[in-house]
Write a protein that binds this ligand. Structure first.
Ligand SMILES: *[C@@H]1O[C@H](CO)[C@@H](O)[C@H](O)[C@H]1NC(C)=O
Ligand SMILES: *[C@@H]1O[C@H](CO)[C@@H](O)[C@H](O)[C@H]1NC(C)=O
Ligand SMILES: *[C@@H]1O[C@H](CO)[C@@H](O)[C@H](O)[C@H]1NC(C)=O
Length: 217
């Protein structure tokens, strides 16, 4: 039987191959910083990032050129965050174990990602709605409790640190996940909860986002 962890890994390898046959990541020209990205690359081929607004190539603004995985750049206050998601295949009912999520990020040279801007959250939700063929309910995100002030902070090293809003603690021994809001009639992008690391809550945590810092200013 294929372990839970193997599936996302296999998907990312497939995407890497597809990218090599298409555009070489380092040869993608830079876009203007004002360009709004509406896609996040995922682990399925249909979402291989496409560059729609191309401006003259520069040599200094390769926003995620330091990262080999097929990430998308998001502009943040302190620089670019290069992010991608890990998901399961069609009709999956699997949970994503937190320890597996950490491993899946690390073997790709990434860490579990944070969220800073509305653009990032909106892009992920749009991608989930348009491409994910199962009921994706929550992503693991990189945040942890500071035991001195008892507040949760993003810990990917780039995001503005204090989580706002703070997560709801369901399981104090758990980890932070982002439960997405896919209902366009309901305002907001969802909420953060500290839930069991197995991902087996109701609803489940059944996706992961990984990233690394890109170009910094
Ligand atoms: C997923 O479920 C839908 C609806 O039940 C079905 O049509 C489709 O074939 C399933 N896809 C896979 C890959 O099992
Ligand atoms: C935890 O919070 C305190 C008070 O804000 C701060 O001084 C300390 O550096 C934080 N610790 C870590 C590990 O971030
Ligand atoms: C979306 O939210 C609206 C308003 O709360 C609700 O009436 C509707 O049933 C929700 N749709 C889904 C698919 O959950």
């Amino acid at each position: 039987m294929v372990s839970c962890r193997l599936l996302p890994v296999l998907f990312i390898l497939a995407i890497g191959f597809i990218q090599v046959t298409g555009e070489h990541p380092e040869d993608v020209p830079c876009e203007e910083e004002t360009t709004t990205r509406t896609t996040v690359p995922s682990t399925t081929p249909t979402t291989t990032p496409t560059t729609t607004t191309i401006v003259a190539r520069t040599t200094t603004r390769r926003r995620c050129a330091n990262i080999r995985a097929p990430v998308t750049p998001f502009l943040r206050k302190n620089g670019y965050w290069c992010s991608m998601m890990f998901t399961f295949g069609a009709n999956s009912t699997m949970n994503y174990d937190y320890e597996d999520a950490v491993t899946d990020c690390n073997i790709n040279g990434l860490v579990i990602g944070s969220l800073e801007t509305d653009e990032e959250k909106a892009a992920y939700i749009k991608l989930v709605q348009e491409t994910i063929l199962y009921d994706l309910t929550a992503f693991w995100v990189g945040a942890s409790l500071n035991t001195t002030d008892h507040k949760y902070y993003w810990d990917d090293g780039l995001a503005v640190e204090l989580m706002d809003p703070q997560p709801t603690v369901v399981d104090p021994n758990g980890h932070v996940a982002w439960f997405i809001n896919k209902n366009s009639s309901v305002p907001g992008y969802g909420d953060y909860r500290v839930v069991a690391k197995t991902g087996l809550g109701n609803p489940k945590v059944n996706a992961n986002m990984c990233g690394a810092p890109g170009l910094q200013f």
